[in-house]
Design a protein around this ligand. Structure first.
Ligand SMILES: Nc1ncnc2c1ncn2[C@@H]1O[C@H](COP(=O)(O)OP(=O)(O)OP(=O)(O)O)[C@@H](O)[C@H]1O
Length: 663
């Protein structure tokens, strides 16, 4: 029985055990080799069904316990062949037993951003479609898994949880070595490709978003009717194709660093291996059978190559194995359910299926977390060409054939200025503004004496860390910009009120430092042109504790060409003398500015240009706040002597501001 056109009613489904799927976020795969996960193998023995059993037929297979079974040895009738698997389900086992025992436990990996696959394997008529799809009365793995998965994603992606989740489904069949989209049968034969991380992709395959089981049914039921089935002597509704349901779970982190994860679940109902002497296949059925058997033969070769550790695994020898590349010996948590039949007429098929299952349980996969940074938090990520175009356009873009052997890379992304940087991180798909920010950071790091291009030449992992930092900084900048706008608005309001007082002040005297930092660009620089007379007058003002200038006679050495002793000439000069209170106050103001000001704020200080401001901000981010103004020397933006004049210039400006301030 295949291609069941209806799905079970929801009330007949098992209760969802969401606790079992609670997400534990895994960091597997970041730099280290992911730990191995063996392909799990379960065997299911179906009961006798009408039409297949002969009179007085007794089963040729017998279960021993919940892991092992025995079958008569056709070479020696006195003996039996014993097999042990991860699970054995006898003829009385229910659909729920198989689902809960072997399938449900792997669903949680999808929420960790890992891939999983369930394959039903076995001879024709042994119960693969019954196991995977079932009937309305006895729902199989597919409806049960979908129901649980949708429930899990609803819980994990609920408002207030750290990740937002979305689910999509695709459904395809491999019929006579053609990949057909069951959700869009008109799209023709699709190509299978592999990305640089070894993920298998089918460009142009329809993806339908699903949020509820009703959504799933709405797409799945009509698509199931598109599946190719036909009657054979052994099965009235025999699957003539391998059917693959692909369910993708996308996760987006709601807060920084806005990671993104993708977990894929393959639910595969393989076509059964067929002995054409018994199926009575002729004509088209024989041709179909040939395609089915040869792809299953390649599947056996792939499993053998993986078991023997051969350097070449013949994944590309059939569409089926190409599609299963990341499930067998790849990145998925995989479970193979080998379906067998009890009738004697199935004996040889059963032995062959059991031998295949026994070999498969030696196959080792290395599942890893499929995680990346969500760069479009700041700028929309360019979707890949394949995702943007419909099936037919994608096919046209690619050409009619599957990709060349030995050229597993996906098609080149659209040409873009950053393509030189694209081998690991998705720089090529990056928004130009983001790339510009990245380059600025790169220049900044370069200007601090780092050799080469520190950002763009670093390995992927480090680069991702740096890019995370860029994103965080950008958010911080946004926050500061907002704050600055608020302050500017306040200043403007204040200025309107203060206009009268300003008129009384000399035009050469400026606003207090605190307000200048957020007002018009670089007003503080004007403070240095305060006429000395004015300052002198100010020094003589009633506010006697701020003395900033003092007239002093000083001897100056004069160069004498012919004399050995230099002549000295007494002359009057002005020496800056700042009162200790003002000095301490000014130092504190500058220190506050160094620790809290943005690069733009810092540029309003005397002797600080754009480059120095950026270096100061960068140093602060790396080392924490400045404990004293002298720390500026450690930033290497000024020497000790320059620091002294920097302090004087700024404190002078500050004093001038204070004197003019109406308060
Ligand atoms: N565990 C079971 N309990 C009851 N009936 C079963 C069971 N397994 C299979 N059947 C019945 O056996 C018949 C054949 O099963 P099914 O179509 O699932 O086989 P299949 O392996 O998918 O075959 P094919 O490869 O030809 O598509 C169907 O009528 C199905 O309902």
């Amino acid at each position: 029985m295949s291609g069941v056109p209806t799905l079970p009613r929801r009330r007949e489904m098992a209760t969802v055990t969401s606790g079992a799927g609670r997400c534990r976020l895994s960091k597997v795969g970041a730099g280290r080799r992911p730990p191995p996960a063996r392909v799990r193998v379960a065997v299911r023995l179906r009961p006798f069904v009408d039409g297949t059993a002969e009179a007085n037929d007794i089963p040729c297979v017998r279960g021993l316990d919940s892991y092992s079974l025995e079958i008569a040895n056709w070479r020696n009738h006195q003996e039996t062949l014993k097999y042990q698997f991860d699970a054995f389900y006898g003829e009385k086992s229910s659909q729920q037993d198989i689902y809960a025992g072997s399938v449900q436990p792997i669903l949680r990996h999808l929420l960790e951003g890992q891939n999983a696959s369930v394959l039903a394997y076995g001879p024709t008529g042994a119960g693969k479609t019954h196991t995977m799809l079932g009937s309305p009365e006895q729902p199989g793995v597919i409806p049960r898994a979908l129901m649980d998965l949708l429930q899990l994603t609803r819980e994990e992606g609920a408002e207030g949880r750290p990740w937002a989740l979305s689910v999509t489904m695709s459904y395809l069949e491999i019929y006579q070595e053609k990949v057909l989209d069951l959700l869009d049968p008109a799209s023709g034969d699709l190509v299978i490709r592999e990305d640089c991380r070894g993920n298998i992709l089918i460009p142009g395959l329809t993806q339908k978003p699903i949020t509820s089981f009703a959504d799933f049914e709405q797409h799945f039921l009509p698509a199931s009717r598109n599946r190719t089935v036909g009657a054979t002597r052994l099965n009235q509704r025999s699957s003539r194709s391998h059917a693959v349901l692909l369910v993708k779970v996308d996760q987006r982190e709601r807060l920084a660093p806005f990671r993104q994860r993708e977990g894929k679940l393959y639910l595969i109902d393989l076509a059964g291996s067929e002995d054409n002497r018994r199926t009575g296949n002729k004509g088209l059925r024989l041709k179909e059978s040939g395609a089915i058997n040869s792809s299953l033969f390649v599947l056996g070769k792939v499993v053998d190559a993986l078991n023997q550790g051969l350097p070449r695994v013949p994944y590309r020898d059939s569409k089926l194995t190409r599609l299963l590349q990341d499930s067998l010996g790849g990145s998925a948590h995989s479970i193979l359910i080998a379906n067998i039949a009890p009738e004697r007429c199935f004996y040889l098929d059963t032995v062959s299926a059991l031998n295949f299952a026994a070999r498969s349980k030696e196959v080792i996969n290395r599942p890893f977390t499929n995680e990346s940074l969500q760069l479009h938090v700041l700028a929309p990520v360019k979707m890949s060409q394949k995702e943007l175009v419909g099936p037919s356009e994608a096919k046209r873009a690619q050409g009619p054939e599957e990709e060349e052997i030995g050229n597993p890379e996906p098609p080149a992304p659209p040409t873009f200025a950053s393509q030189n940087f694209s081998p690991l991180q998705k720089l090529s798909s990056m928004d130009p503004a983001m790339l510009e920010r990245l380059l600025s950071l790169d220049r900044l790091l370069g200007s601090r004496g780092t050799q080469g291009t520190p950002l763009l030449s670093t390995p992927k992992r480090e680069r991702m860390v740096l890019m995370k930092t860029v994103e965080e900084k950008d958010l911080e900048i946004e926050r500061l910009k907002m704050k600055q706008k608020e302050l500017e608005a306040k200043v403007q309001a204040q200025e309107a009120m203060d206009s009268k007082e300003k008129e009384n002040c000399s035009p050469t005297v400026l606003q207090p430092l605190a307000r200048r930092t957020v007002a018009v660009a670089k007003p503080l620089k004007k403070a240095v042109v305060i006429p000395l007379q004015l300052i002198q007058e100010q020094a003589a003002s009633p506010n006697a504790d701020i003395h900033i200038l003092k007239k002093k006679s000083r001897k100056r050495k004069l160069e004498c060409l012919d004399a050995t002793e230099p002549k000295e000439k007494a002359e009057d000069c002005w020496e800056l003398q700042i009162s200790p209170e003002l000095l301490a106050h000014g130092r504190q103001k500058i220190l506050d500015m160094l620790n809290e000001g943005s690069a733009r704020d810092l540029r309003s200080l005397q002797r600080i240009g754009q480059k120095k401001a950026q270096l100061i901000v960068g140093w602060r981010e790396l080392h924490g706040p400045f404990s004293q103004v002298e720390d500026l020397e450690r930033v290497q933006v000024m020497s000790g002597k320059q620091l002294e004049s920097f302090l004087k210039a700024n404190i002078l400006g500050l004093a001038a501001g204070q004197h003019c301030s109406p308060s």
